[in-house]
Design a protein around this ligand. Structure first.
Ligand SMILES: *Cc1c(COP(=O)(O)O)cnc(C)c1O
Length: 399
């Protein structure tokens, strides 16, 4: 069941909504929300069942359609983003795929920023073309003139991420939102790197905001999950696609993600504080040629970052002077920081995009995306920043 936003009983701030928006208590008067680990729901009588299937009333039918735990999660994220409705998915990628597949017809085109998540790029380049859906690309620095040049008469959806991964570049969401509204295009923003706590694309003009719940929302590297929230009419189409194609989120993962949101603001504050500190210290290292973090004064879009985000997020990218060789050396001398593909985890994670997530791209395209052979991406965790820095310093001493 896609969940329409109910009005919160009070004029709650985001932090309070993330904690206090919850399912009604059962007769047991539990304090923490129960886990509704059930695949289906029962009916009182034939008329109850008939009217439920006829959609004459909103009620639980079957967990592929909806479940109380996923409803609570959706409701919460709708409140945090100021969305009318939403639907939750088994992963971020199933949210991205279902959103686009539900809204596009064969022959339609997507206009996307080149710097999008690797699997999203593969969807655009290898999966959607099978159904006659092609994608045109623009760059993060482009504005209305380039957007207008690159869109085609059959372009329906504009798709972006900001901040980008792993280049940590920004797209001006308000400007793009205005352009899309003027041109009758749908704007879909992957808000995974920022979370609703740092950035609210729907308030800047986007029609839909998609999330991987796997990253900062869970925040502890435990589960996969995804969401889309936005305008009710669009969500209804996505829901009708998803309830038959079956990418529903498990109730257990929904329960975990909803619980995780209770601590979202405090966790993300600390991630951002630690990440800014690591970014500043990196700028002082002689082995580092450049550092990219939205809330560093040296970021080319610092002013935009301040306008559209509350803080810079957990991810810092930097370039080592010695290129690939230095990168490998740096990684091999880290003692305990994790080498892993995830991000937004309580543990600090370091990756080398050129030899891993983006190794299949041609060098020229890779560099356009801000990924050089010596680029390192750090997702700064919640450990004490001095300890994180000590491990990085030790590795620097070998370069
Ligand atoms: C991880 C990620 C996704 C995909 O999410 P999964 O939960 O891994 O499927 C999509 N977009 C961005 C920006 C991501 O970082």
């Amino acid at each position: 069941m896609q969940k329409k936003k109910q009005e919160a009983p009070f004029d709650w701030k985001l932090e309070t909504q993330a904690i206090r928006q919850q399912l009604p208590r059962t007769d047991y008067m539990e304090h923490s929300v129960p886990l509704y680990l059930t695949s289906s729901f029962v009916f009182e009588d034939a008329e109850d069942m008939r009217s439920a299937f006829a959609e004459e009333k909103q009620r639980m039918l079957y967990s592929r359609y909806g479940n109380p735990n996923s409803d609570e999660l959706i409701q919460k994220v709708c409140s945090l983003e100021g969305a009318e409705a939403g639907y939750s998915f088994a992963s971020g990628m199933s949210a991205v795929f279902s959103t686009l597949a539900a809204l596009l017809e064969s022959g339609d085109r997507i206009l996307a920023c080149r710097s999008v998540f690797g699997s999203t790029l593969t969807l655009f380049s290898s999966i959607f073309p099978k159904w006659g859906i092609e994608t045109d690309y623009f760059d993060t620095d482009d504005g209305p003139e380039q957007w207008e040049q690159k869109r085609k008469p059959s372009t329906r959806i504009v798709y972006v991420e900001s901040p980008t991964n792993p280049g940590v570049d920004l797209v001006d969401l308000e400007r793009l939102g205005n352009y899309c509204r003027d041109q009758g295009l749908l704007l879909v923003v992957d808000n995974c790197f920022a979370t609703p706590y740092l950035q609210q694309p729907l308030q800047l003009g986007a029609h839909l905001s998609v999330h991987s719940g796997t990253k900062l929302m869970d925040g502890q590297g435990r589960v996969l999950g995804g969401l889309v929230v936005g305008e009710a009419e669009l969500i209804d189409r996505i829901y009708r696609f998803a309830r038959v194609s079956g990418p529903a989120l498990s109730p257990f993962h929904a329960w975990l993600l909803s619980k995780s949101l209770e601590t979202l603001s405090v966790r993300v504050d600390r991630h951002c504080e630690n990440a800014l500190e690591v970014a500043k210290r990196l700028e002082q290292r002689p082995q580092v040629s450049s550092v990219r973090y939205p809330f560093l004064l040296s970021h080319p879009k610092y002013d935009l970052a301040k306008r559209q985000m509350k803080a810079g997020g957990p991810v810092v990218a930097f370039d080592l002077k010695g290129g690939l060789e230095a990168g490998r050396n740096f990684f091999d001398h880290l003692e305990w920081l994790s080498l892993s593909a995830n991000l937004g985890d309580s543990r600090t994670i370091v990756t080398h995009p050129a030899s891993t997530t983006h190794s299949k791209l041609e060098e020229e395209l890779r560099e356009q995306l801000g990924i050089f052979s010596g680029t390192v991406r750090v997702s700064v965790g919640l450990e004490h920043v001095d300890d994180v820095w000590k491990d990085m310093e030790r590795a620097f001493s070998y370069l």
